[in-house]
Write a protein that binds this ligand. Structure first.
Ligand code: GDP
Length: 464
């Protein structure tokens, strides 16, 4: 085995269990970015044994490192999953855009709630998404360091810290923590302080943390590791040597490499000489991998190039793929290694995955086109709430065939196409204009829906 093979398969142990993929969600300013930075930073400080490995778009925290950070909380011998892979981009938009095989790409999530601010609109949106995707999660009740009377007890589990000072803090922190548990219950989730939860399927654990000081972070990692081990282990078994399957995180121009894609590989391996099929804006892209790129260790970046080439990597990992013809690749779309299979079969699988969205269509309604599956679903949900039926919902630019479908619509939806973050192809524009079919384009979901609703209201008023 070459050095790069060894590095590439570090996240997958001999039994073929991969690292669970973790996403961080929550309201703006509640501390998602700080939490991710702290997880990375404290894992680096632990150094030696496992240390973290920086991936493209993700950070792997090995089990050994979690064990060192958590001290008596974690005995690595009790686990056989290799650690946790955190997606670096926080937020529910990236969470719902990133999918794998019709579900969420992330296997498990952290919902960050500022203890001072409680539940806010994006907290509720995140809860909705977690419920819909049936993703297991824990609540990180963040910023405990800001609560008056809070007095950190040094490097002891946060449970002991809280128990030790609940009198001194005059119940302040406890009040806030129970406030969060109350809000969870208002939203249909049963939850409790994590050290009291016996069955994490029945109860969501609330872990008090300070993303800033690092208190509670070992506890959070421990709970995530425990949840994964107990409830996700079966889903984590991968065919290590099989053809890779992943999801596009980002499409990026990279000096010297042209358009590249950052992907999270969640199954199998990808190698530098593989043929891959990538979900594109209009059709699947078939291309040959030119290079697989990983970030260089921080110390080397100053003098050397930013990336180093690797021959092959195994799931779960974040990796940059350089290949020709990636301009139309789509964030959130599937990536499949072809290897020993007819390419048509793989193209079909990619197409099937792209059409696999949870949208109810009607015989009569509007046509919706969007740039990613996640945004398509979000618009479909918004339209469903506004009671607007949909005749077709697809990822991709607005094409003449969309105009043809839209033209069959009748009252009360009228003939309309809603385009989110996609182009209207010239032929389609011409046809729509000839046939008097309205095309609404926007990159903000609620504005797109509002523009359309105003149009319908206008027609209705004119008819009265
Ligand atoms: P995001 O929008 O959810 O990613 O939030 P950020 O991580 O950017 O945090 C928003 C602000 O809250 C920043 O000024 C952070 O320094 C601060 N912050 C985040 N976590 C904590 C914490 O645990 N304690 C304190 N005191 N401040 C925090």
């Amino acid at each position: 085995m070459s050095d790069t093979d060894a590095a590439g398969s570090a996240e997958t142990d001999a039994t073929g269990l991969r690292t669970p993929i973790v996403a961080v969600l929550g309201h703006v300013d509640h501390g998602k970015t700080t939490l991710l930075d702290t997880v990375r930073g404290s894992a680096v400080q632990e150094g030696e044994a496992g240390a973290i490995t920086q991936h493209i778009g993700a950070t792997a925290v090995p089990l050994d490192t979690i064990g060192e950070m958590a001290g008596s909380l974690v005995d690595p011998d009790d686990f056989d999953l290799p650690g946790l892979l955190f997606i670096d981009t926080p937020g529910h938009h990236s969470f719902s855009t990133l999918r794998s095989r019709g579900g969420a790409l992330a296997d498990i999530a952290v919902l960050v709630v500022d203890v001072n601010d409680g539940f806010q609109p994006q907290t509720l949106e995140a809860l909705d998404i977690l419920k819909r995707t049936e993703t297991p999660f824990v609540v990180a009740a963040n910023k405990v360091d800001t609560v008056p009377g809070w007095n950190p007890q040094g490097h002891v589990p946060i449970q002991q810290s809280i128990d030790a000072q609940s009198d001194r803090a005059e119940g302040d922190l406890n009040d806030r923590l129970y406030g969060i548990i109350g809000e969870m219950s208002d939203n249909g989730f049963s939850s409790d302080m994590y050290w009291r939860v016996q069955d994490f399927r029945a109860n969501i654990g609330v872990v008090p943390v300070s993303a800033k000081t690092g208190e509670g972070i070992p506890d959070l990692l421990t709970v995530l590791m425990g949840l994964s081990q107990r409830y996700l282990k079966e889903d984590m078994s991968v065919d290590v040597a099989g053809p890779g399957a992943g999801t596009v995180l980002e499409v990026k121009e990279e000096r010297g490499f042209g358009t590249t894609i950052d992907i999270v590989l969640y199954d199998g391996t990808i190698s530098a000489d593989d043929t891959v099929v990538v979900g594109g804006k209009n059709e699947p892209i078939v291309t040959e991998v030119r290079a697989l790129l990983q970030p260089r260790p921080l110390a080397e970046i100053r003098t050397e190039k930013q990336f180093e080439k690797v021959d092959s990597v195994a799931a779960a990992t974040g990796i940059k793929v350089a290949a020709p013809d990636l301009d139309d690749a789509m964030a959130g779309a599937p990536v499949r290694v072809v290897r020993d299979r007819p390419v048509e079969e793989v193209i079909e699988a990619v197409e099937a995955e792209l059409s696999q969205i949870d949208v109810e269509t009607a015989d009569n309604g509007v046509v919706v086109k969007a740039d990613t599956l996640g945004s398509l679903e979000a618009i479909a949900n918004a339209l469903e709430e506004a009671e607007v039926p949909i005749v077709r919902a697809e990822v991709g630019d607005v094409a003449p065939r969309d105009v043809a479908v839209a033209s069959t619509a009748d009252e009360p939806t009228h003939e309309a196409i809603l385009a989110f973050n996609v182009e209207v192809l010239p032929d389609a524009k011409q046809q729509a204009s000839d046939q008097n079919i309205r095309v609404f384009s926007d990159d903000v979901i609620y504005q797109l829906v509002e523009e359309y609703e105003e149009y319908v209201t206008g027609i209705q008023e004119a008819q009265q």
